[in-house]
Design a protein around this ligand. Structure first.
Ligand code: PLP
Length: 410
């Protein structure tokens, strides 16, 4: 959709869920009525003040919002350039941004009278957030997880069990996140009447990408207010890590029409984007195709087979990217770069040592890009990175990568 069709970058998607040539609703006939019903119900809820009043109350008292906008002064001093702020979404209940969206979808599910929530999860973060909110509301929770991931992510599997969720290991395909998402969609069709499918990122068929973006946009809305208060103006550059792209869309969306604000998404470069697809950089290293009900950039081979991808950060290894990012990339409103595992690990350690914050490996990618560009920018350049998750979940991965012997602590 050329820019001139719109007087705003915030008007998307169109009524068919398209952001230009991306997005849409590529689903089977059996799934279509469910998707349309969800869209109708979301359209009603999102203009209902009582819906947002319930969200605001839970965001404040259950999640702990607003999250602080923190001036990282030692990092700023060390890098000697731009003034660096961190949006502290790692301080949310459950330790990441995922719960912002899960709350919205589950309040919607309750309005629709659904008693059973299904979700897919890769690293387990979205599964934990979903199990958490289901426990809070007394809803049945079923989480689809690739069999391979169930093994790799034992602590999160146990967390979900403690919270009362049922875990379904998925062995179809290659037993990863992509296959878990396919099985969840199948479950939804089979159990239409009582079931709500809670998707964890800005992917899937319309209305999911727009709905998840709307719920995560609380991040960017708070940054606007907080930056006005701190500096009396808008930030100059926004930087966020991208798996499917929900924390990034949440930060970016409220600023899309502020042409003076630079927007940068950071994909997982793994071992390097030029290596044999040992990365998860769907925009930098992929091609357009259709997956999980929408058209977007995907990691695929010459025959269109979806590729696995690789990253040190389990939360970034989705083979696609939200369709709105694909569109923002193609029209040039946002810039997308990639950061390797090695660079992310270095940023992780710098953050621990200089700021006393152990970041998740996902935002460590965003931080690595901050470390690259901040020294080249003037001191009055205001830079905001989204600290979208805390690193407790990643310490064993990092220990292994640094050859640190955990011994009896492991
Ligand atoms: C899940 C996750 C991500 C990746 O998901 P997005 O939809 O791209 O935000 C990034 N960071 C953390 C901490 C996560 O838990």
């Amino acid at each position: 959709m050329p820019e001139d069709l719109f007087n705003s970058f915030m008007n998307g998607p169109d009524e068919n869920g398209r952001f230009g040539e991306f997005g849409g609703r590529f689903v089977s006939e059996t799934l279509m009525p469910l998707i349309l019903e969800l869209q109708d119900q979301y359209d009603i809820a999102k203009t209902d003040p009582t819906f947002w009043a319930e969200m605001d109350d839970l965001w404040e008292h259950y999640v702990g919002r607003p999250s602080p906008l923190y001036h990282a002064s030692r990092l700023t001093e060390e890098l000697g350039g731009a003034k660096i702020y961190m949006k502290r979404d790692e301080l949310n209940h459950t330790g990441a941004h995922k719960i912002n969206n899960v709350l919205g979808q589950i309040i919607l599910a309750r309005r629709m009278g659904k008693k059973r929530i299904i979700a897919e999860t890769g690293a387990g973060q979205h599964g934990v957030a979903t199990a958490t909110v289901c426990a809070k509301f007394g809803l049945k929770c079923v989480v689809y997880m690739g069999a391979h991931d169930v093994e790799r992510q034992a602590p999160n599997v146990f967390r979900m069990r403690l919270l009362g969720a049922e875990i379904v290991p998925v062995t179809s395909g290659r037993g990863t996140l992509k296959d878990a998402m396919n099985d969840a969609l199948r479950d939804w069709v089979t159990n239409v009447r009582d079931t709500f499918y809670c998707i964890g990122t800005v992917a899937g068929p319309h209305p999911y990408p727009a709905m998840v973006r709307d719920f995560q946009s609380i991040i960017g809305k708070e940054v606007r207010t907080q930056m006005e208060r701190a500096e009396g103006r808008l930030p100059d550059t926004l930087i966020a890590a991208i798996g499917g792209g929900s924390n990034a869309m949440g930060l970016f969306y409220p600023f899309l029409d502020d042409k003076g604000v630079n927007i940068i998404g950071v994909e997982a470069g793994g071992k390097g984007v030029n290596a044999k697809m040992e990365h998860c950089a769907s925009l930098t290293g992929g091609r357009p195709g259709v997956l999980h009900g929408n058209r977007t950039y995907l990691l695929q081979d010459d025959d269109g087979q979806i590729l696995e991808g690789f990253s040190i950060s389990a939360g970034l290894d989705y083979p696609g990217i939200g369709p709105e990012h694909a569109w923002l990339h193609d029209i040039g409103r946002a810039q997308y770069v990639s950061i390797t595992d090695v660079e992310a690990l270095a940023a992780f350690q710098k953050c621990c040592q200089l700021e006393g914050i152990i970041p998740a490996l996902e935002p460590s990618h965003a931080l690595a890009h901050v470390i690259k560009i901040a020294p080249t920018l003037p001191k009055d350049h205001l830079l905001v990175m989204n600290m979208c998750g805390r690193g407790d979940k990643d310490i064993f991965t990092v220990a292994r990568a640094l050859n640190f012997e955990m011994g009896e602590f492991a």
